[in-house]
Design a protein around this ligand. Structure first.
Ligand SMILES: Nc1ncnc2c1ncn2[C@@H]1O[C@H](COP(=O)(O)OP(=O)(O)OP(=O)(O)O)[C@@H](O)[C@H]1O
Length: 343
């Protein structure tokens, strides 16, 4: 699609007369394409001959928040950077709004917002000036004052970028990525280093953008962030997609309950294996000593199973000081899938 054929925001049904618009439907404030926001097919990327993205395919649906999760070094940033046109892939195809991020960069630039881990903001400029400058580069920018208020930027608008704290710089980088009202936004760890208040503000903004039809692709290591924001989750490891689905789909299924038992004294070294054999060593149960005084039990936890765990603790002369029972979280799913050892 050429930029000239791009429908105006809020243009209503006037967009429908173009051939390209046949595949679009129109919301009040933003046009949501029915084609995927991002389509990555068999992507391969190597650094110095080492494959770090290995035939990776993913789709980010338009008008949804897609969270790309994975351990350090999994290949998330490299994949996102290929989508942003910042890296040349060694194989496969990438399409953003149906366009090639490198060959069609000029058409995509006004339609795509990018927030990088290394923000690249001019160090000597005042943060308010930076945001206004970026806003002037766009045809239909967000009201800068509104964006400043939503992200609490006003209090440091006259501070130079180099004097901003890490979290303040992140908020400014996010504002710069969004001020052009992009249709697709890439956010690499958007709330990394932010205080809890700023994180909530970022989450509210991401939801507001999604609610007006913006497609958002984000990476995060914060499982609660992914659970809060994501409509769809893609888990990447060793350069490949190893799971995808909605958060509910990924955390559902058998063994979807988790109980954590904290004990007053250190557990025996083989506590997990012994408790597992007490519950029935047939693969139904996942039992781990996640700390010396903490046992995590996942499985179909009915009253009899809970009583069996507590009876085992009593037999072992272990005092349970705290007990939590809940559904399997996205973090449980992620750790079960990618393991607990650091990379
Ligand atoms: N410019 C580069 N040159 C060489 N190797 C690189 C380069 N950039 C990334 N890598 C390597 O590629 C692999 C994937 O890195 P990438 O940054 O994509 O991972 P990630 O999933 O985003 O990790 P993190 O969660 O730590 O940000 C890592 O092993 C990394 O060391």
């Amino acid at each position: 699609m050429t930029d000239a054929s791009r429908p105006e925001r809020g243009a209503g049904r006037c967009a429908a007369h173009t051939a390209a618009a046949a595949s679009l439907f129109v919301l009040d404030s933003v046009t949501v394409p029915t084609t995927p926001a991002v389509q990555v097919t068999d992507l391969v990327k190597k650094y110095d001959g080492v494959t770090v993205v290995d035939s990776l395919s993913l789709t980010a649906a338009a008008g949804r928040v897609t969270a790309v999760l994975g351990p350090n070094g999994a290949g998330k940033t490299t994949t996102i950077e290929c989508c942003e046109g910042l890296r040349v892939q060694d194989g496969g195809t990438v399409r953003v709004l149906g366009l090639d991020p490198r060959a069609d960069a000029a058409q995509l630039r006004p339609r795509v917002g990018v927030m990088l881990q290394d923000s690249g903001l001019p160090a000597q400029k005042r943060s308010g000036e930076v945001l206004r400058h970026v806003a002037r580069m766009h045809r239909d920018p967000w009201d800068v004052a509104d964006l400043e208020e939503r992200l609490g930027l006003g209090s440091f608008a006259s501070t130079t970028v180099r004097r901003l704290s890490g979290g303040q710089r992140q908020r400014l980088a996010l504002a710069c990525a969004l001020v052009g009202r992009p249709e697709v936004v890439f956010l690499d760890e958007p709330s990394a280093g932010m205080d809890p208040q700023s994180r909530l503000a970022v989450w509210a903004l991401v939801r507001a953008l999604r609610d007006v039809g913006t497609s958002i692709i984000l990476t995060t290591h914060l499982m609660d962030e992914a659970a809060e924001l994501a409509d769809d989750v893609v888990v990447v490891d060793h350069g490949r997609v190893i799971a995808q689905g909605t958060p509910a789909e990924l955390t559902a299924g058998s063994g979807d309950q988790v109980a954590t038992f904290e004990t007053s004294a250190a557990l025996p070294r083989d506590a997990a294996a012994r408790l597992r054999s007490r519950l029935g060593d047939d693969g139904t149960w996942t039992v781990e000593a996640t700390e010396t005084t903490r046992l995590r039990v996942a499985g179909p936890l009915d009253p009899a199973a809970l009583a069996a765990v507590l009876a085992w603790c009593a037999d072992e002369d272990v005092l349970v000081t705290r007990f939590d029972l809940g559904r399997r979280t996205l973090e449980d799913f992620f750790l079960d899938l990618t393991g607990r050892s650091m990379r």
